[in-house]
Write a protein that binds this ligand. Structure first.
Ligand SMILES: Nc1ncnc2c1ncn2[C@@H]1O[C@H](COP(=O)(O)OP(=O)(O)O)[C@@H](O)[C@H]1O
Ligand SMILES: [Mg+2]
Length: 410
């Protein structure tokens, strides 16, 4: 007993099908239409051919879209063709009675169904074919979504695993960095003790408390002392940068007269100043108290003055000026040395930067002094800048707030 089309529509819409098995839906159709076999041909956009998707009947028969076949199939006039001899010939079909119905959505044909030995229920076939067209497009879209979903999932997974790798590498780098900093800190510390002894004892010898020295002996002792001070300076810079990078520097603040750490820094460097016969002068406003870390302020001055000595030729001059303006202390260390090209004013504050200068290459250098100095000035809420031109001396100016928000009330 045959059913009519209306009865099977709900089933046509809901029967499960997938891209290479349409069997279920054609079983439903069999209740309305008589046919022996069906073949579905879909336009394959990549190779421009029609591919039979019905594996049961003919395996992967495909046809090139020759001009004639295309003209016949894609003619918009009729959606169902019966026993069209041109097509039967083109598709190399034999003997039987064929109906061809075109799969199309909104007049866009994307394939056809070949019904074999079919009685002519053309209207029903047309209606059924348009439903199947939507079902097939639906499957294709679902497949596209699945592919997209998979691609997206893979991308997310890849990103996630890359993130995990980076995170674990980062951890290793940080650990290695910590070991490096600890090593530098401990080595530098071990080096400081003997260096202090060398500098201290050469001082005592120089004072000739334990007997007179010959001219040559005095000269050599001076050399020992100068080299010792320079080496100690480098060791200190390495120690300081590793402390800074380990975030292990803390300020210990108290009130003191600003001139004291300045004089103290120049005293430590006096052997170098004398050795180069540099003329050092001060212009320090009296009685300026500052609330700051005494050691660190001394170090700032030590770094700037030792640079001034290093980059100033024999018999040059250095002038240190301190003024008190508007709740700020301005310290300037000005030399008559080789100067710094404007283009390099920013660069010199970066780690390990030493400007090329053949003549001064013989000086001991780490390229760390100004990096440390700037960090210490920053920690005090101050500013550092340089005024200089190449060949015309340099003037490093540090501005520090006198009072800081954390100062004890007196
Ligand atoms: N007073 C100065 N005069 C000329 N050049 C200077 C002066 N101070 C610093 N520089 C330049 O800035 C660079 C960085 O200084 P610094 O960080 O103290 O490193 P270092 O003194 O170890 O070379 C120096 O190598 C030098 O080229
Ligand atoms: Mg330096």
């Amino acid at each position: 007993m045959k059913k009519n089309l209306i009865e099977i529509i709900p089933q046509l819409l809901s029967t499960e099908i997938n891209s290479d098995d349409y069997k279920n839906i054609f079983n439903v159709i069999k209740d309305v239409i008589n046919f022996d076999n069906y073949y579905i041909f879909l336009l394959n956009f990549e190779s421009i051919e029609l591919k039979n998707t019905n594996k049961n009947i003919k395996k992967n028969v495909s046809y090139d879209i020759s001009e004639n076949l295309a003209r016949e199939l894609f003619k918009p006039e009729s959606s169902v063709l019966t026993n069209n001899s041109d097509i039967i010939q083109l598709l190399k079909l034999k003997g039987r009675k064929y109906v061809i119905s075109k799969l199309a959505i909104k007049n866009t044909i994307f394939g056809f169904i070949l019904w074999e030995n079919c009685t002519d229920n053309l209207e029903e076939i047309d209606a059924i074919t348009s439903i199947i067209s939507y079902r097939i497009k639906d499957i294709e879209l679902t497949n596209v979504f699945k592919i997209q979903q998979k691609a997206l999932k893979n991308a997310v997974e890849e990103t996630h695993s890359a993130y995990k790798t980076i995170k674990s590498q980062n951890k290793k780098i940080l650990a290695a960095d910590k070991v490096k900093n600890e090593f530098l800190a401990s080595v530098s510390h071990e080096l400081r003790t003997p260096l202090n002894a060398i500098i201290g004892f050469s001082d005592i010898l120089k004072a000739q408390v334990y007997g007179k020295l010959t001219k040559k002996q005095s000269e050599y002792i001076e050399d020992i002392q100068v080299s010792g001070i320079q080496l100690l300076g480098m060791v200190n810079e390495i120690l300081d940068i590793s402390k800074i990078e380990a975030n292990a520097i803390k300020l210990v603040k108290r009130y003191f007269e600003i001139s004291r750490p300045i004089i103290e820094a120049t005293n430590i460097l006096m052997p170098l100043i004398k050795n180069k016969k540099i003329n050092l002068t001060y212009e320090i406003q009296k009685d300026i108290d500052i609330y700051a870390d005494y050691q660190k302020i001394q170090q700032i001055l030590y770094n700037l003055i030792s640079n001034a000595i290093k980059y100033t030729p024999q018999k040059g001059s250095i002038k240190i000026t301190v003024t008190n303006t508007n709740k700020k202390i301005k310290i300037s260390v000005k030399d008559s040395g080789i100067g710094i090209d404007k283009a390099n004013h920013k660069k010199i504050f970066q780690k390990f930067v030493q400007l090329e200068d053949a003549f001064y290459k013989k000086e001991t250098s780490t390229g760390l002094g100004l990096t440390i100095t700037k960090k210490l000035v920053d920690m005090h809420g101050g500013k550092i800048k340089v005024e200089s031109e190449k060949g015309n001396g340099a003037n490093f100016i540090v501005t520090l707030p006198i009072e800081q928000s954390d100062a004890p009330q007196t």
